[in-house]
Design a protein around this ligand. Structure first.
Ligand code: ZN
Length: 348
């Protein structure tokens, strides 16, 4: 039985309705938010957080590459405060490269704050450690991603979030975080394909809409993102080339990719955390440019896969072959997704 509302409750509601200008303002702000146009660049308070509004079904994020250390926000006192060098520049360069390749923009959300001040890849308690300005920046960062998700899913039906980080582990490969660590990735394909791991994985929106595709195929099969990176010359795992982690150090993916791929959210998207080694990829300007070129075309190739995302995007040039991949790819048999045929890009 519903409780009878106290008179005070009704007067509050009626009181609310007695302020139409306020309601009008709320309504207008909703209209303005939804009608944000691609190409628009938005900033949160003090320009700590930046959102470049896009129109492609791709959301790029960089949370640990900022360098602002405003005095108004005290340093965080617990949790990691190590910055991921050059990941902000790499995310911005990947945004620009994808625009150059497609003529259309991905969504880009960047934290310009140093990780000493804010860690958007953690729940708000650890991220902001009680500081109200840091908490506001955290809400803006995740609010912009939620807005990008809503836009991507309503315009395209599905999408992909790529969260870009840097690691200092001994093996210089890109670590792809699907919320699956060594414990899960050392399992056999048959074990990994169990429902509990599908539910755990940040590819769950993709897996849900393609229940016939086993999780092992999505994370380390032919045409998985790791496979495409390897074939474009960027060593990456999990992948057909490097399917198991063994006892190596490996980042499984943090708060951003886990939260924004939750099926309980409105407009969830598939998400991958990409952890880049420093040597060969982030260390010099030349290596960063080479990385961004191969990475960006791999992202587009991944989304063009007709079996999974099946997005219509421009033709791309053939990637550089990665010699270690060839033997493994030759033996994939009936379990293979079709290798995409990609034509050379037309001369400009
Ligand atoms: Zn990081």
């Amino acid at each position: 039985m519903r409780p009878t509302p106290a008179p005070g409750h009704w007067s509050l509601v009626l009181g609310h309705w007695s302020f139409p200008p306020l309601l009008l303002l709320v309504f207008l702000s909703i209209v303005v938010r939804v009608s944000a146009t691609p190409g628009e660049v938005r900033f949160g308070r003090e320009h700590y957080i930046e959102y470049r509004v896009g129109e492609l079904p791709i959301i790029l994020t960089a949370s640990h590459g900022g360098d602002l250390t405003p005095e108004e926000i005290p340093d965080r006192t617990w949790g990691s405060r190590v910055t991921d060098r050059h990941t902000r520049e790499i995310a911005i360069a990947a945004f620009e490269e994808i625009v150059a390749l497609t003529g259309r923009r991905p969504h880009l959300i960047v934290s310009h704050l140093h990780r000493r001040k804010l860690d958007p890849n953690r729940p708000i308690e650890e991220a902001a450690q009680g500081d109200p300005h840091a908490e506001q920046a955290w809400r803006e960062f995740h609010g912009y991603i939620a807005e990008a998700r809503a836009r991507v899913v309503s315009e395209h039906g599905r999408g992909l979030l790529l969260d870009i980080h840097g690691h200092g582990h001994a093996i210089p490969r890109v670590e792809l975080g699907y919320a699956l660590g060594a414990e899960e990735l050392n399992l056999t394909d048959e074990e990994l394909d169990r429902t509990e791991y599908v539910t755990l994985s940040t590819l769950r929106p993709l897996a849900q809409s393609h229940p016939h595709l086993p999780l092992s195929l999505l994370v380390r099969g032919p045409n998985s993102f790791g496979d495409l990176l390897n074939r474009a010359g960027i060593p990456a795992w999990p992948s057909p080339q490097f399917p198991h982690i063994g006892d190596a150090q490996f980042f499984r993916g943090g708060y951003i990719v886990r939260f924004h791929s939750r099926l309980e959210n409105d407009h969830p998207v598939a998400a991958i955390q990409a952890e880049l080694p420093f040597p060969g990829m982030r260390d010099t300007e030349e290596n960063r440019a080479r990385f961004v070129s191969s990475f960006s075309s791999s992202v587009l190739r991944y989304l063009k896969n007709p079996v999974t995302f099946a997005f219509t995007l421009p033709e791309l040039a053939e990637p550089l072959p990665f010699s270690a991949a060839e033997g493994d790819l030759a033996g994939c048999g009936d379990g293979c997704l079709p290798i995409l045929s990609v034509a050379a890009a037309p001369a400009p």
